[in-house]
Ligand binder design. Structure first.
Ligand code: NAD
Ligand code: DAU
Length: 323
């Protein structure tokens, strides 16, 4: 058995990655270390004897050292604070988890001589691009505390003396994404005939990739990537936010009058775009929100639970004045 540590596996991408890895690698035993923050959801976890869940904090050295004790051949670090709007309200959790957490994992990986450490980063580290596409050589120009914490983690990872590979992917969509993010928020609000909040003029551009394609790309990097290298992963689907909101209304047969333009996100990056030629890998799925919309329609209990509790208060603070 190959022992693999995946962190953040109760979150959106981490849970999809574990499911894909269990399907593709019958010889893997996966330990999933996740602190179950507001973003971690036990309902996302697979039930499989080759998956072992441990609740714990990647920034806590005692926990991490204990988890590393039996040793791992591979580490895939997906645990992070991930929501830009929350980072604008307070950056401490982002610095702690994304930077100190990554450092803590790297220190243990170094001590235990882990053969490969995959650091899951983001296109946001390159900042906003008016034209062209960022390559792996482009300068780091993070413009919000989340992106800054991810950029810092990348630099910490590259200098840790561990065989690290960094991936930087564009925006993911698909089932199980937390409702704080734009696409699930629009889908679930539309299902409830509530406003779809679009920041600013709605013309900010993101490049969207299906989460299963992103996970397949990570698996490709594990097999073919070279330690010390950075690989961009791109969806190749640059779309304005307003186009996304309109598509969701169309798929759900809701009126576009539900779309509401609201006060912009401070320092809102206009456009992210990547050149992913270096990896030489292409996503398989054409951009289509139908399956994702159907998943949220069919899994109302999942998102109603996520939308209650902590999220209600967050939503009120974040959108109360704007809507
Ligand atoms: P998510 O917010 O859905 O999940 C994050 C997970 O990390 C949660 O399960 C949470 O409980 C866990 N976590 C947070 N702090 C922790 C800590 N201190 N210790 C242990 N676990 C902790 O995030 P996601 O969208 O699945 O993103 C996963 C990774 O992919 C992140 O590193 C993110 O930066 C990166 N990424 C995301 C996207 C995207 O579009 N969502 C795109 C590119 C890169
Ligand atoms: O680019 C990769 C990044 O994508 C990841 O690294 C982040 O973890 C992930 O959260 C995501 O960041 P974004 O800020 O791009 O995602 P979000 O879903 O928050 O917003 C997508 C776009 O929609 C962005 O231009 C802001 C806009 N938006 C967002 C929300 C929440 C709105 O117009 N209204 C909203 O209510």
């Amino acid at each position: 058995m190959t022992r693999v540590l995946v962190t953040g596996g109760a979150g959106f991408i981490g849970s999809h990655f574990i499911k894909l890895a269990l399907r593709r690698h019958p010889d893997w035993h996966i330990v999933n270390l996740d602190n179950l923050t507001y973003a971690g959801n036990p309902a996302n976890l697979p039930t499989d004897p080759r998956h072992e869940f441990i609740k714990g904090d990647i920034a806590d050295a005692a926990t991490v050292n204990r988890v590393f004790e039996p040793g791992f051949e591979l580490v895939v670090n997906l645990a992070a604070e991930t929501h830009v709007d929350r980072s604008l309200r307070g950056a401490a959790d982002f610095i702690r988890t994304d930077v100190l957490g990554t450092h803590t994992l790297l220190a243990a990986a170094r001590q235990h001589q882990v053969a490969k450490f995959i650091q899951i980063s983001t296109d946001e580290v390159y900042g906003s691009l008016q034209t062209g596409r960022a390559t792996e050589e482009s300068p780091l120009r993070p413009a919000n505390p989340y992106a800054a914490s991810k950029a810092a983690a990348d630099l910490v990872a590259l200098t840790a003396g561990v065989p690290v590979i960094i991936t930087r992917c564009t925006n993911n969509y698909g089932p199980n994404q937390h409702v704080e993010k734009f696409i699930p928020l629009c889908i679930t609000n539309a299902l409830d005939n509530q406003p779809l909040p679009v920041y600013g003029d709605g013309r900010n551009i993101r490049d969207w990739i299906h989460v299963e394609d992103h996970c397949a790309a990570i698996d490709h990097v594990i097999e073919h990537g070279t330690p010390g290298e950075i690989y961009n992963i791109a969806g190749g689907n640059e779309l304005e936010n307003i186009t996304i909101a309109r598509q969701i209304c169309r798929i759900l047969a809701k009126p576009e009058s539900l779309i509401k333009f609201v006060t912009d996100r401070p320092g809102h990056d206009r456009r992210y775009a990547l050149n992913a030629d270096k990896l030489g890998w292409k996503p398989q799925r054409p951009f289509d929100l139908t399956g994702t919309v159907e998943w949220y329609r069919a899994n109302e209990a999942w998102w109603r639970k996520v939308k209650s509790g902590e999220f209600r208060q967050y939503y009120q603070q974040q959108y109360g004045q704007r809507l």
